[in-house]
Design a binder for this molecule. Structure first.
Ligand SMILES: Cc1cc2nc3c(=O)[nH]c(=O)nc-3n(C[C@H](O)[C@H](O)[C@H](O)COP(=O)(O)OP(=O)(O)OC[C@H]3O[C@@H](n4cnc5c(N)ncnc54)[C@H](O)[C@@H]3O)c2cc1C
Length: 219
């Protein structure tokens, strides 16, 4: 039987953001990637692997992923228990959820995320800080506005549905209904599939053509 060999990456650091959400930093091993792409990874020696967007920036000499521990999940729970020095098996980068180079400095971007769906936008906006973007981040609670200080204040909008105190009280769908999107804006959506479908419908109603809509579904 053919054995598949995966590339081993050593874990450098774990950064806990909330009780269930954490950033895993690992060595980069010279991996070239386009911001917005993802990795497929799991514990060394384990056959279970999952996809995770790259959270770190192009210029960083490490790779990071942002993970939420899912209740009854397998890999997200295993990753929560790893320690610096442990090995992960990592394949990639994969995916096409990336910005076209010719659009970078000529277009306006709207990034819409739910939960850890903010991860590719952390990589994109950190790698291309000069682009003209607005980032909507839909979460339930204030402490889920993961590392929001990494984004310019006037470009990051938290939409908090279950408690007061964010930039906007409600879901990203409510925000978009109240703040219609210009049809020339390039819209990138990432996270839960229900959010993505709901936002697609609203944006289409507002006249945004489907060629300006891009999505990465997590679950
Ligand atoms: C392209 C791509 C990129 C992804 N990037 C990220 C990322 O950057 N960060 C990240 O945390 N996850 C990301 N995911 C989801 C990730 O691949 C796993 O599905 C997730 O970590 C759960 O894996 P698990 O083995 O713990 O749970 P499993 O045992 O595989 O699944 C348990 C259940 O949890 C559901 N589920 C998956 N994710 C979530 C979630 N966030 N909240 C609630 N339920 C969920 C699944 O649909 C399933 O029903 C990405 C998925 C894809 C396809």
């Amino acid at each position: 039987m053919e054995t598949i060999t995966h590339n081993k990456y050593t874990v450098k650091k774990i950064r806990e953001l909330t009780k269930s959400t954490y950033v895993v930093r690992m060595e980069r091993n010279g991996m070239a990637f386009i911001p917005g792409q993802n990795l497929n990874l799991g514990l060394a020696g384990d056959t279970e692997k999952r996809d995770y967007s790259i959270y770190s920036r192009k210029k960083d000499d490490y790779l990071e992923i942002l993970v939420k521990e899912v209740e009854d999940g397998l890999v997200s729970k295993q990753l929560k228990r790893i320690n610096p020095g442990d090995a992960l098996e990592v394949d990639g980068p994969f995916g096409f959820f990336t910005l076209k180079e010719e659009h970078l400095y000529s277009k306006k971007f709207l990034f819409i995320s739910s939960g850890t769906g903010i991860a590719p936008f952390h990589s994109i906006t950190g790698s291309f800080p000069e682009i003209d973007f607005t980032l909507l981040h839909g979460v339930r609670y204030l402490d889920e506005t993961y590392e929001k200080h990494d984004y310019p204040d006037d470009r990051y909008i938290s939409c908090i549905s279950q408690e007061a105190g964010g930039d906007f009280h409600g879901r990203v769908t409510d925000y978009i209904k109240q703040h219609p999107v210009d049809k020339d804006t390039l819209c990138y959506l990432c996270g839960n599939v229900n959010m993505i479908y709901d936002v697609f419908d609203i944006l289409k109603e507002q006249g945004v053509p489907s060629e300006n809509l891009h999505a990465e579904v997590y679950f």
